[in-house]
Write a protein that binds this ligand. Sequence first.
Ligand code: ADP
Length: 661
Amino acid sequence: MRFLVIDNDSHQRWLISRELRREFSQAEVNEIIDTDSLEQALTVGNFDLAVTDYQLHWSNGLEIVRLLKERYPDRPVIMFTDTGNQEIAVEAMKSGLDDYILKSPKHYPHLRASVRSAVERASERRQTATLEGQLRSLLEQHSLGVFQVIPSDRFLETNDALLQILAVRSMEEAQTSEFYRFLSHQGNLGQGQHRKQELLLHRENGETFWGLLSETLTTIEGTTVIAGLLEDITPRKQLEESLRRYASRLETLRQLDRSILQNLSPAEIAHLALQATAPLIQCQLLDITLFNSELQEVTVLAAQTSEGIRLNSGQRFSFEEYGAIDQLQRNEAVIINDLSELDNPSPLMQQFAAQGIRSIARLPIRVQDELIGSLKLASIQPHAFTQEDTDIAQELVSQMAIAIQQSQLRQELQQYAEHLEQEVQRRTQELETTNSDLESFVYLVSHDLREPLRAIQAYNQILLEDHLHQLDQEGKLCTQRIAENAVRMSKLIQDLLEYSRLGRIELPLQPVNLSQLIHEILNQLKLELDQRQVQVRLEDPLPMLKGHYPTLLQIITNLLTNAIKFVRPTLQPQVRIWAEPSGQFLRLWVEDNGIGIDPQYHDRIFQVFERLHSLEIYPGTGVGLAIVQKGIERMGGRVGVESGLDQGSRFWIELPKIEST
Ligand code: ADP
């Protein structure tokens, strides 16, 4: 702590210094004894407090106080004198004197206390001033406007930040601002009451800004004053607004995604998209058009318009009327900032201009590098569209492109499916007609062939019975061959008739006792079985199934005769018959130890007249398995074979089983 001690008397200076050192262990005392030493101390200024006498040869205490306070208003000065009086004390106080103490032996301790408290007060004042300065610069830095105003009268105080926020140069100019008018006309605040509100205000230059106003009503020296803060929250508000718009954009995209998934038509999606986007962009017209490059035509898919602007969905324009198609084809956006300055506007643009439109933004909608349409924004303001607006529009365009592509694919797929369906129906119809034609043909032919065949057989019989003796050996052989071939032909005709009959008659299904049916067949074939010493293994009892008894009898007979027939003559035929469930069906197997069938012929053998062997070794007509297949299919079942060359064959048929109760 550094002190100036100003006194003529060296004893006094010593005594004062002693007191100061007692109070402050680090005290440094500069004794001032004349004008020069005072002048020097004032120039250097290295003191924290001064103690001065009043009566000096070269000056007086009042003068000293003035000089000190003039240069160093914050440094405390204490007058310690025995020559002063009350008037002097009052006078010195006015000049900033901090304390006045009468000089007497008993007042020395008092001096110490006074110095201590003056030093502390000065330090507090310094701290307060520093804090105030910091606060002030903080407020300025954060553009926090501070003001005091007498309602409906005038501003008492404004800081620079407030003037900046209001865009004015002085407190007087601030007086004419919209903000001041607002303060004067708003509702009253109660004493000590606080109020906080967000305001949208205009500056003198026409700009708008958002302010957060906090106010308190207080009384300063009997006057009612509003003390307040005004913060420019425009950036925050803009951020909030753009966040809100961003959220809406996301929501719009989600809605569009949903509508694409819901298989809505492009027109419906476009309509929804425009409805959702319109609130996000300030414009008077928002539309989506589709292009038809073959017809050189533009059709409005959906449009959102404000009053006075005419454009309807479904409306058509030629490319020429519409204009700027080339630019869109090059995948460029068409931005017109002021329609009134456009050279050679297209007829449609002229119409828009006549309706008051000034700005237009058109973005191409492309699918797989092909221009399919465009999105248009139009506003009555020139230079209306911001980057954000075109960004939003671009998102919409991408989404629309996907939607339209999806829908086109869907339509193509649907058309293809319909076409396929029609084709199948047509083919089925054709096939049915051909089949029934064929069947009636087969029936007619077989039927009609029977008569001449019978005649041939009858004449041959006459030859054999009555004229055999007239024939030589070769003639006899020929009649023999005629008889054999006639029998074969008769068998063929019979099989064909049977086959075609199966296609035409109703086969009502009834429960069939398979065991009984197979026993009946084995009985019928007894002679043949015995002749070839066939070993039959029937895994009795077989379950019941649903079928047409006579047809089933015929089918299983055919399978069994084949099983016996297609076995090498040297081998004893072995046949195994068994059944097993197969889902809703019952599968009946007929297995033999015969010559087997090459898998490549497994399908062919079920067709009419398809045979794999010569008649000499294995006689037959080639209709047996065709009858099996047709009969089984007519009863709603299936047929198949498992076999390989020289591995025997396992033929199976499936028919609906009857659940045992
Ligand atoms: P068919 O027996 O009158 O010749 P199918 O229609 O019954 O006529 O049989 C067609 C052909 O299938 C037969 O000619 C024969 O080549 C083959 N085939 C049928 N069943 C068997 C079998 N169990 N083993 C070997 N080949 C068979």
